[in-house]
Ligand binder design. Sequence first.
Ligand code: KG4
Ligand code: ZN
Length: 366
Amino acid sequence: MTAFTVLGIESSCDETAAAVVRGVADAPPGEILSSIVYDQTDLHSAFGGVVPEIAARAHAEKLDVAVREALRTAGLGLADMDAIAVTAGPGLIGGLISGVSCAKGLAIGSGKPLVGVNHLEGHALTARLTDGVAYPFLLLLVSGGHCQLLSVSGPGAYARLGTTLDDAPGEAFDKTAKLMGLGFPGGPAVERKAAGGDAARFDFPRALIGRKGLDFSFSGLKTALRVKLDGLRAAGPVSEQDQADLCAGFQAACVEALTRVTGKAMAVFREAHPEVAAPVLAVAGGVAANQSVRAGLDAVAGAQGFALVAPPLSLCTDNAAMIAWAGLERYAGGHTDSLTLAPRPRWPLDTAATPVAKYGKRGAKA
Ligand code: KG4
Ligand code: ZN
């Protein structure tokens, strides 16, 4: 029951982040002493997506600033850390190299142990950091690069129950925003637009919902959106209301796909874990910031006797507090990495699960 204080570093996509977290791995929740996030939206928005080379250079410029700021805000120095945790994958290789090199330098300079963290594990264990959720729990990881249902039994102990067979929902949100010129990142823009729309006006497909199994598919939805938009454009100018109705219909279809499959996964989890008296559905990743997604999941969880644990919005999207916490749990379990730690662009949580044919456009990322 030892309390540890861990510095976390995250640079796998387009956020440069550092954080200090303190806690006892076996007695969560943890305490976030600082969480600094520099997002790179301004650098990438002109391109409508993350440009890997620009991201890597920006990380290299900003990492030391983020680390200094995280330590200063926490009122601590490197000497007070028990370990230095860094995202070692999955993600964009340039950003990962920047972060891992920075962490290695700090580890050499301070003599502190280095812990390489899987970015997806950071998202996965956020519900423990924030709410002290006990193992095992059911997790829906839903982001710009992933859509997975996992049974989580401990750090490194994941069983994938289902996954997307094509696109990730965040990718579909981003694409929708791009097609309509709503800006980048797309998720929040589409959510804002959908608020004034009529979800029933357009009929969007609900792929795979009726099928057996716990897999998802979002590419049909993305195509349907494009076809409907093209149809409207061919008939005349597309109004603000048209856009709002399209966004609302698209978002409702996404929510329905997520909630229906997650509902089925709850039954599977219950059967596998009859000993769990108060089961939890945790949701993580950028798309978990969407209020309709949260409300839909809350309803389906409540109906099946699960408690929904959804992190605060700032901990849904990429941050370093989740990396520090996952590193803390790993370190408490006796895991450290040597200075030969290598970044891994691809790194699934459930290594025994069959890889799917296609990863999201943004890579095997969450
Ligand atoms: O986990 P995350 O920060 O990083 C990666 O996937 O790399 O997730 C980012 C994704 C983006 O696709 C973004 O559009 C989506 O999460 N997202 C949202 C919302 N906020 C972020 N999607 C829907 N509604 C939102 N409010
Ligand atoms: Zn992420």
